[in-house]
Design a protein around this ligand. Structure first.
Ligand SMILES: *Cc1c(COP(=O)(O)O)cnc(C)c1O
Length: 362
């Protein structure tokens, strides 16, 4: 059988070694004779595994002691609602920075709770590409409870690498599609959250990293499962957590540590992204319309010179073992999502295929 490389934006591929380990202990976890899915989340074995996953994540991201790590339900969109509930306190205002579809979706949810000040920082560069204005143009309102942004727009393939300065206003980041792909300085953020299904593990889980002083000010009407204080008090087990997703996330964290941690993972991610962007830029058949300074390393959209070849590209790439390359309907063309779990061999296989396809049809 042809080796399959899965470029899905999410749920995304998981590391092969992690899948194999999960398979080997699927029916018999830690010699218990039952699956990790079938044990109580209150059992000492499960609690120890869950705690270790948190410690491993803390090590990977160098999370300071004055931050809590919460393992929640509800994915990325759950946090679109949880953030305003938890952080507004008695304030009415929040700032949202717009860079693409996901930051816009976060606003739609937040508007139910707060007066939102939107700052669109997208711009068109001189050569007609999508760029992003410098964070000096953010105009954060001093009276806002927080400022929210999305450092990696999964759909457009736009990534902001610098962390903006927002003064005393806490910075909240939706890192769903960039978390663990490169080192970040957690201390610059008030809240970091991420749905798991891109770079952490299976869907159903979201990870929230929140600074202590931002916990405990939630509005009274907040559903308890979204309340950072409740989740903190119950070690993320107020209700039954997504136990299998938590377990698999723990295996992924161990795998990342074994790779040499996030600095080593970033090197690999840079090499993978360069390989693909170079292939696109050196061809007149493929193009990517994002300015080089903000090109995502995780999600790489590209178009063919002739859109009528899209279906042929998709069917021939699939036959070659390269699956889920169809671009998001809002952007069109193709999108290759190359999260941590994608080996460089997968990107090389894609680049090789693209060259053959271009020769054949250009
Ligand atoms: C996928 C994604 C989401 C949504 O995640 P769900 O778990 O489906 O709610 C939110 N933000 C970003 C940046 C994403 O990539």
């Amino acid at each position: 059988m042809t080796k399959i490389y899965n470029f899905c934006a999410g749920p995304a591929m998981l590391p092969e070694a992690v899948m194999q380990q999960a398979q080997s202990e699927f029916c018999n976890w830690q010699g218990s004779g039952v699956s990790v899915m079938e044990v109580s989340h209150r059992s000492p074995e499960y609690v120890a595994m869950a705690k270790q996953a948190e410690l491993d994540l803390r090590e990977l991201m160098a999370i300071p002691d004055n931050y809590k790590v919460l393992f929640c339900h509800g994915g990325g969109r759950g946090q679109f609602a949880a953030v305003p509930f938890n952080l507004l306190g008695d304030k009415l205002d929040a700032d949202y920075i717009l860079t693409g579809q996901w930051s816009k979706s976060a606003v739609v949810e937040a508007k139910k709770h707060a007066r939102i000040h939107e700052t669109n920082i997208m711009r068109t560069t001189e050569d007609g590409k999508i760029g992003v204005k410098s964070s000096d143009d953010w105009n954060v309102n001093a009276g806002s409870a927080y400022v929210h942004y999305c450092p990696n727009e999964t759909i457009e393939g736009i990534e902001i690498f610098d962390v903006p300065e927002t003064g005393v206003v806490p910075l909240v980041a939706d890192m769903s599609s960039t978390i663990l792909s490169r080192p970040i300085d957690v201390s610059k953020f008030g809240v970091i959250y991420a749905g798991a299904q891109k770079n952490i593990g299976p869907s159903g889980l979201s990870i929230v990293i929140v600074r202590d002083d931002l916990i405990g000010h939630a509005r009274q009407t907040i559903p308890s499962i979204f309340d950072y204080q409740v989740q903190t008090d119950f070690d993320s087990m107020y209700n039954t957590p997504p136990t299998y997703s938590w377990y698999l996330a723990g295996l992924v964290f161990k795998w990342l540590l074994a790779q040499g941690g996030i600095a080593a993972v970033e090197k690999n991610n840079i090499a993978k992204a360069e390989l693909l962007y170079n292939a696109i830029d050196s061809s007149s058949f493929y193009s990517n319309n994002v300015d080089a300074s903000v090109r995502s390393r995780m999600n790489i959209p590209f178009t063919l010179a002739d859109d009528s070849l899209n279906e042929t590209f998709l069917s021939e790439s699939k036959a070659a073992g390269l699956v889920t390359l169809k671009g998001h309907k809002l952007v069109g063309g193709m999108r290759a999502s190359i999260y941590n779990a994608m080996p460089i061999e997968g990107v090389q296989a894609l680049v090789d295929f693209m060259a053959v396809f271009e020769k054949k049809y250009a």
